[in-house]
Design a protein around this ligand. Structure first.
Ligand code: ADP
Length: 485
């Protein structure tokens, strides 16, 4: 039997274009589902970084006019992935961040830029490239949200569609006047179509029109149906609860493998956790912290935003330092938070260190050198850094929200008695609870035997893609089966 064909559609793919965990998932999914017998190709915009990396590219289709200019579709290989790249220079030939200009403001034509992506996906669904006609289109986040809409309003029964929400906070809303410009028919502008509070909602369109909806953890799948976490879309998600499921993300366990990780001062694995030890002084030295094996090190690898609870961490810094611990923080984001962490590092030299920026190498060094990784998010669809932390033996200390709930097992007294627990959870997400969680973590660390057991359970946790890939493959098969004649 021929393999089921799935077109994954996204605007980011690791390691070519990345602003967040979305890119990691989009990059890891194809090889993982290939092992489950799915033939996946990934449709991405032709950003300069993607076109530069593309090898053996063939032009497999062309558009005389797509969202205001000519475009080609290139098929080729980049970063080991089979990509379909939408080469539309009038939309994507812009270096830097994929969504915003150098001055931090959104590109004024984002509506057209990401309509093109959905439009092209639907065209592929209708047979644009005869050698790859997908059975299922899998759209990721708002940038691909119009794919199910272009399929639905395309006139023919297209492939089945899946809409995955990686973060409900980013919704892609544009003026209703653009409906004809982006090429959707007037009747698409309806409550059960693309209309969203008087605008065109790209994510909303995907959620309303896709055959199935997934998000990246079971807990987030439940949370987004509530008014507290639904960000205005909870009503729709409640209505569509019957087709909404949560599938946890994995991490690429080849990129994140402490046994072979070239970024580390010393490599180690779950059977030799003691070999992890030299990574801590190396981290302390690299960050300008006091080099002292006896000081507990909390690490952070994060966007510096309100979502990530970074303001709470700032408020808790005095407590962290008073309890004898250190902080090694890597992140970038809101200018005010960046400045506050730099100022705190100057005030608490040797105890608190902050490196502002995006740096893969340092992210690996933190996971290997820190005793614990702090993730005090106010909401977290899945979260990837705590999965890396588990694998690297940095005990995750996490807010009990979203995917953090589902991936970290709280080491409470009963869990420990049952030889369970892989980290520390806290709720509600307040400064006080964060401080208590830090204290609880330090208390666990002082019980050396308990801590070692916690670390080895964390490192043994299955955080790769094989389990999630089985869920996705089953979903694709069920969908394709439901469309079979
Ligand atoms: P989100 O997608 O909300 O930013 P996730 O935890 O799902 O959060 O994914 C974040 C990804 O980006 C992880 O792979 C993490 O290691 C990485 N990351 C975040 N900030 C940085 C940074 N400053 N430097 C390097 N990697 C980072």
């Amino acid at each position: 039997m021929a393999a089921l064909k799935v077109l994954s559609v996204a605007s980011e793919v690791f390691p070519l274009v990345k602003t967040g965990g979305l890119a990691d998932v989009v990059g890891a999914l194809p090889p993982a589902v290939t092992r489950e017998g799915i033939a996946m190709r990934t449709l991405v915009p032709g950003y300069p970084s993607i076109l530069d990396a593309l090898r053996n590219a063939d032009a497999v289709a062309s558009f005389a006019r797509l969202q205001g200019g000519p475009a080609r579709l290139l098929a080729g290989l980049a970063a080991g992935l089979e990509l379909l790249v939408l080469d539309a220079p009038h939309l994507y030939a812009r270096p830097g961040n994929p969504y915003v200009r150098a001055d931090g403001r959104e590109w004024p034509d984002n509506a057209q830029r990401f309509a093109a992506l959905g439009d092209c996906a639907a065209a592929l669904g209708r047979g644009l490239v005869p050698s790859f006609v997908p059975d299922v289109i899998h759209a990721h986040d708002w940038q691909a949200g119009l794919a199910p809409a272009f399929v639905r309003y395309g006139g023919t029964l297209g492939p089945a569609t899946v809409m995955t929400v990686h973060n409900l906070a980013f919704q892609g809303q544009f003026p209703r006047e653009l409906l004809a410009t982006i090429g959707l028919p007037p009747h698409a502008y309806a409550i059960d179509g693309v209309e969203y509070h008087g605008t065109i909602g790209y994510l909303k369109a995907g959620l309303a029109l896709a055959d199935r909806i997934t998000t990246v953890s079971p807990t987030y799948a439940a949370e987004i149906r509530t008014s507290e976490a639904g960000m205005g879309l909870d009503g729709l998600l409640r209505e569509r609860a019957g087709v909404l499921t949560g599938i946890l993300n994995g991490i690429d366990d080849k990129v994140w493998d402490p046994a072979v990780d070239a970024h580390l001062a010393q490599r180690y694995d779950a059977r030799h956790p003691a070999q992890r030890a030299p990574n801590k002084p190396a981290l302390q030295a690299r960050f300008g912290l006091d080099v002292d094996a006896g000081s507990f090190v909390f690490g952070v690898v994060s966007r510096l935003t309100w979502q990530k609870g970074m303001d709470l961490l700032l408020e808790a810094l005095a407590t962290l330092v008073d309890s004898g611990a250190q902080l090694a923080l890597l992140g970038s984001g809101d200018a005010a938070l960046e400045q506050s962490f730099i100022a705190a590092a100057q005030r608490m030299k040797g105890r608190v260190a902050a490196i502002i920026g995006y740096d893969e190498d340092l992210a690996h060094k933190i996971q290997a050198g820190a005793d614990a990784l702090l993730v005090p998010s106010r909401f977290e669809p899945c979260g990837l850094t705590q999965l890396c932390a588990l694998r690297y033996g940095a005990i995750p200390v996490v807010a009990r929200v979203g995917g953090l709930t589902d991936t970290v097992v709280d080491a409470n007294e009963m869990a420990l008695a049952a030889r369970a627990g892989t980290g520390v959870q806290f709720a509600p997400v307040t400064r006080e609870r964060l401080e208590l969680a830090m204290h609880r973590t330090l208390a666990l660390w002082h019980e050396r035997v308990t801590w070692r057991a916690l670390q080895s359970r964390a490192m043994a946790t299955e955080v790769g893609w094989s389990r999630p890939a089985k869920h996705y493959a089953a979903l694709y098969r069920a969908l394709a089966g439901s469309r079979a004649p």
